[in-house]
Write a protein that binds this ligand. Structure first.
Ligand code: ATP
Length: 247
């Protein structure tokens, strides 16, 4: 692990998760420091989404611990984990097609009781995503894939998280639109939000993350600075079982 400017805010230790009797994670350990963007990369089915789902409380750990800002969260319900400052933007995006863009964004503030505070956060979201402001009254189902991804991110930010977990934000997007999404992620991180990013697009993931963990069949097999991984395609191929090193 490279030296970072801050102590870990998220510590996942020996995490084991199963779907019924089928084990998916066999002891995943990773750390994320305050202010970092960290990528979790690996081939299809390696356990990336499962790791994020366990951190956000959607899946229960069989064993192991997840400590967020010094507090164990692996036994907390998902809404408590959101309240503690962890937001999860899932791979499926879960945009509600027959609700407007604004209604979708507001859903992200479901734990906030103050109307004034919700208005403030919404104004911030529209400032950050002007295209969503232009389409505020439009049904979310009419948005392009890239706009829906922006919407999913805007909604996740409505809980004002300290950690944003993004699962495959570039999935199904053209390279140009994917670049826009990654620019947004970079800007969010620059505003002090720590980011844990799952991506199949390794080139993009390594370009915005300072460090990366490689996961293979439910196990972390490497933890390297992104620059080191980027500079060694053969190493990447070895870790990722032939997955493309760049896209
Ligand atoms: P992908 O990029 O394809 O989403 P991933 O690295 O995110 O891959 P996971 O989705 O975490 O991988 O899957 C890890 C393992 O758990 C795989 O073997 C997968 O088949 C299995 N798995 C995932 N979701 C379920 C589920 N709902 N029920 C049963 N098994 C599952």
């Amino acid at each position: 692990m490279i030296e970072t400017h801050a102590k870990p805010v998220l510590i996942v230790d020996d995490l084991r998760v199963a779907y019924g009797s089928v084990a998916a994670l066999h002891g995943v350990s990773l750390e994320v420091h305050a202010g970092e963007t960290v990528a979790l990369i690996g081939a299809n089915g390696a356990g990336k989404s499962t790791t994020l789902r366990a951190i956000s409380g959607l899946l229960k750990a069989r064993s192991g611990t997840i400590v967020w800002q010094g507090r164990p969260i692996h036994n907390l319900a998902p809404d408590r984990i959101v309240a503690a400052g962890v937001a999860h933007c899932p791979e499926e995006r879960h945009v509600w097609p027959h609700m407007t863009v604004e209604e979708n964004i507001r859903l992200g503030a479901y734990l906030c009781r103050s109307r004034e505070e919700i208005r403030r956060r919404l104004a911030l979201a529209f400032e950050r995503f002007p295209r969503l402001r232009e389409r505020a009254g439009q049904f979310a189902g009419t948005l392009s894939g890239g706009e829906q991804q922006m919407l999913a991110i805007a909604r996740a930010l409505m809980s004002e998280p300290a950690l944003l977990m993004l699962d495959e934000p570039s999935l199904g997007l053209s390279p140009r639109i994917a670049d826009e999404v990654f620019e947004v992620v970079r800007a969010i991180n620059a505003h002090g939000v720590t980011v844990l990013l799952v991506e199949q697009n390794i080139h993009n993931a390594l370009s915005i993350a300072s460090r990366a963990y490689v996961i293979e069949t439910g196990r972390i097999t490497a933890a390297r600075p992104s620059a080191e991984l980027r500079g060694d395609p053969a190493l990447l191929r070895a870790y990722l079982g032939g997955a493309p090193a760049a896209a």
